[in-house]
Ligand binder design. Structure first.
Ligand SMILES: Cc1cc2nc3c(=O)[nH]c(=O)nc-3n(C[C@H](O)[C@H](O)[C@H](O)COP(=O)(O)OP(=O)(O)OC[C@H]3O[C@@H](n4cnc5c(N)ncnc54)[C@H](O)[C@@H]3O)c2cc1C
Length: 454
């Protein structure tokens, strides 16, 4: 059996490790356009910020490939996949046959034509190589930066550049930051945090022109004519699943896969940022691009490829970031107003003076999403409740208040998870139900109603 894996990141590592667990003898070839030993992509921001060193970037030890008997061909781009003939073609023209193929090509950067130029100082922020370019610019004394795009990657880049000593302006076309991660209120809170931390944030503005001198960026002109001088220009205007190798595989936003990660060709699998999997809270296919999802998907895809059928329950949209020391987390359905489906119920608890904003989103007595800023409260338990789509019962009114029902719930969860005790969760409770005065551990009904205002 010859397994070929295109990509060498979170999903690929998960796949290699689980294939080897099931099949110690099959051949594994990893093909990656990037030349580096497998590294932790999220750390590139910390590398630029000076918070981690190059020797801390590796995601697995130096002997990872040999220890797993993997033929790693790093720095080799695949240019085409022929699913019918079961072979891939490299950019060099060489072809490699496979029995099982896994595509883990991740996300591709998208940028408007105005930012799509070859200039010294104009960079994207997606790879180790990008981070090295930024570090070289900083070492050469370039200290004025403009980051275009206030999504997670743009803001991570901006934060890192600021920590590295650059004066940074963020230019965002939309009226607010982190539109794909936060609701409007949370977004305003984060924007204040960013400004307080020393970033210049311009929303509702676009770059009209890039100014260059002798092949190097010297500034940008915004849509209202304002000029900003800069020697570092980061294009962080978006990413999307990299479908360059998808060919005639069935795709939507990403490559469509079944619960065993098979694409429309049964010998071709896809996992990680490039794949569209069942979104746990919404129950529909969606690309939920993050590191833990990619790794888990690769791990399960690997088991299936090696002949151990293992269904994947689905993925959860999850984003975590810290700005100015304040943690920001969003999970699942964080902004019901932006959803096609209606009928969500929202509970919010906030204290703007302390940069605290907590929001829970419910539907049909299940938690569908959340935002936590400043105070993570029971974020871990909330994440589990969203991922497992548990009925929330009385917990609905107790989570943000951290009341005794919550402690009872967490105790039971702990017993269930760590001690393997079977817990029967209530099937029908809704907080609109007439409350029951005595608390009953067996039926998990309410002892008293929380009358404190939200
Ligand atoms: C700056 C930054 C910060 C991030 N921070 C976080 C974070 O804090 N938390 C979090 O959960 N996620 C974070 N992410 C997202 C996370 O890194 C991704 O979700 C994760 O890396 C996806 O893993 P993957 O294995 O699907 O693909 P990727 O990591 O995108 O890797 C794709 C692989 O495919 C290879 N490849 C692509 N095309 C070809 C080809 N044609 N031929 C050969 N090889 C090819 C590439 O070389 C690469 O090895 C961050 C991302 C960035 C850019």
């Amino acid at each position: 059996m010859h397994y070929v894996i295109v990509g060498n990141s979170a999903a690929a590592v998960g796949a290699v490790e689980s294939i080897r667990r099931v099949d110690p003898r099959g051949e594994i070839t990893v093909l990656s356009a990037e030349a580096e030993h497998v590294y932790s992509r999220p750390l590139i921001a910390h590398l630029v910020a000076g918070e981690v060193k190059e020797n801390q970037m590796a995601y697995r030890p130096a002997d990872f490939y040999t220890a797993h008997s993997v033929r790693a061909r790093l720095g080799e781009r695949v240019s085409a996949v022929d699913c019918a003939r079961r072979r891939v073609t490299l950019a060099s023209g060489e072809t490699i046959g496979y029995d099982r193929l896994l595509l883990t090509t991740g996300s591709a950067v998208t940028r408007p034509s105005v930012l799509d130029r070859q200039l010294e100082g104009l960079v994207t922020f997606q790879t180790y190589a990008d981070a090295r370019k930024v570090l070289a610019l900083l070492r050469a004394g370039k200290r004025q930066a403009v980051v275009v795009g206030a999504g997670l990657i743009g803001l991570r880049a901006a934060d890192a550049l600021k920590k590295a000593g650059a004066a940074v302006t963020v230019v965002e076309f939309l009226p607010r930051v982190l539109t794909r991660v936060l609701d409007a209120e949370a977004s305003a809170l984060v924007e204040n945090l960013l400004r307080e931390s020393g970033l210049n944030v311009l929303t509702g503005r676009a770059v009209r022109e890039v100014l260059a001198r002798e092949g190097a960026v010297s500034g940008v002109v915004l849509d209202d004519g304002e000029k900003l001088a800069c020697q570092i220009l980061v294009a962080a205007t978006g990413v999307k699943p990299d479908l360059a190798l998808a060919g005639d595989l069935a795709t939507d936003h990403g490559i469509l896969v079944n619960e065993y990660f098979q694409t429309s060709y049964s010998t071709v699998y896809a996992a990680g940022d490039v794949a569209q999997t069942r979104d746990l809270p919404r129950g529909v296919p969606r690309v939920n691009a993050n590191w833990p999802n990619a790794h888990a998907q690769g791990r399960i895809a690997g088991l299936n490829m090696a002949g151990r059928p293992t269904p994947y329950p689905g993925s959860l949209g999850m984003n975590t970031v810290t700005f100015g020391g304040v943690p920001v987390i969003s999970l699942g359905v964080f902004d019901p107003e932006a959803e096609e489906e209606k009928g969500y119920e929202v509970k919010i608890r906030k204290n703007p003076d302390r940069h605290i904003y907590q929001k829970l989103v419910f539907k049909e007595n299940r938690l569908k999403g959340a935002i936590f800023i400043g105070d993570l409260g029971y974020c871990g338990a909330v994440k589990d409740m969203i991922a497992e789509q548990l009925l929330t019962g009385i917990i609905k009114d107790a989570i943000l208040e951290e009341k005794y029902q919550l402690y009872g719930f967490l105790r039971k969860r702990r017993a269930e998870k760590l001690e393997g005790k079977q817990i029967r969760w209530p099937e029908s409770y809704t907080s609109a139900q007439k409350y029951v005065k005595s608390f009953n551990e067996e039926t998990w009904t309410e002892r008293e109603r929380d009358l404190r205002p939200w």
